[in-house]
Design a binder for this molecule. Sequence first.
Ligand code: SF4
Length: 352
Amino acid sequence: MSASTEQNIRHDWTREEVQGLFDKPFNDLLFDAQTVHRANFNPNEVQVSTLLSIKTGSCPEDCKYCPQSAHYNTGLEKQRLMEVEAVLKKAAEAKAKGSSRFCMGAAWKNPNKRDMPYVLDMVKGVREMGLETCMTLGMLDEDQAQQLADAGLDYYNHNLDTSPEFYDKIITTRTYGDRLDTLQNVRDSGMKICSGGIIGMGETENDRIGLLTQLANLPVQPESVPLNMLVKVKGTPMENVEDLDHIDFVRCIAVARILMPKSHVRLSAGREAMSDEMQAMCFLAGANSIFYGECLLTTPNPEAHADMQLFARLGIKPEQAIVERDDQDQEDVLSKQLQKNDQKQPFYDASV
Ligand code: SF4
């Protein structure tokens, strides 16, 4: 595998250039994306992450696609912040099923002070199992980002969602600038960034160009770029949005691969609605990461074994994580965590 150098990564993409990529004949675009992919990654490896919702629903933000927003009635079962040992048990299961990264998501505007000790213990415990760790907890200030980094959090997820122009049609309770500030705080803390968006919310191609150009032109490109295909959830303002052309989604994957040659481009929400053939085409276009497991936060995800069957049919192997860690048995981690929790206050309702 030939390694592309940092000089190959551009941060000055113009919208016209990115439009030029979208305008290419499909086969040419896929060929170019696969060529970039092969220069930077093993084309037959896909990184596998498991995502767990550690606090579900009652979110004060008004993201119009999201069943967890308190602004919409979607019948979602709300759940307060999970206890640390329950999270660690889920992480152990994810590891046993072949995940190399464990992502924990909480439906918050931002974590508050009382949440931080629990969240930090989750990071430490999961990392001690030898899994890469990722969290998505909403906006972070500098201090919170540093605390998470010091606890060993590898990645922080905070999506840009869409283009700056389309953004206020989707969210009004936080600004695009707020999102960029959080990404900067994460970067300054030394953590890696996971940031992407959602395709199929009624945006134009120009908005897709705007989103991908923003991500590619960040001072340092995100190490992970999740691209979600909208899951239309009943009760959200997006429930009746027009269906996305799947070919257009594959184009977005291919353009993301070309713009961000060293990033893991992840197939995230919406995989349930993709056929095996479409997923295979996404891998050909340069996607090399998936969420694995039965639930993607609150929307269905193809069952774990179906993913492994597809991998076998395509000759794809899960990418192994390299995590510096003590070689410690999972049970030790769990019992240590249980002892620590005995000394803490009783559990609280973390709904905000
Ligand atoms: S901030 Fe996250 S959890 Fe809250 S409404 Fe938006 S997408 Fe949903």
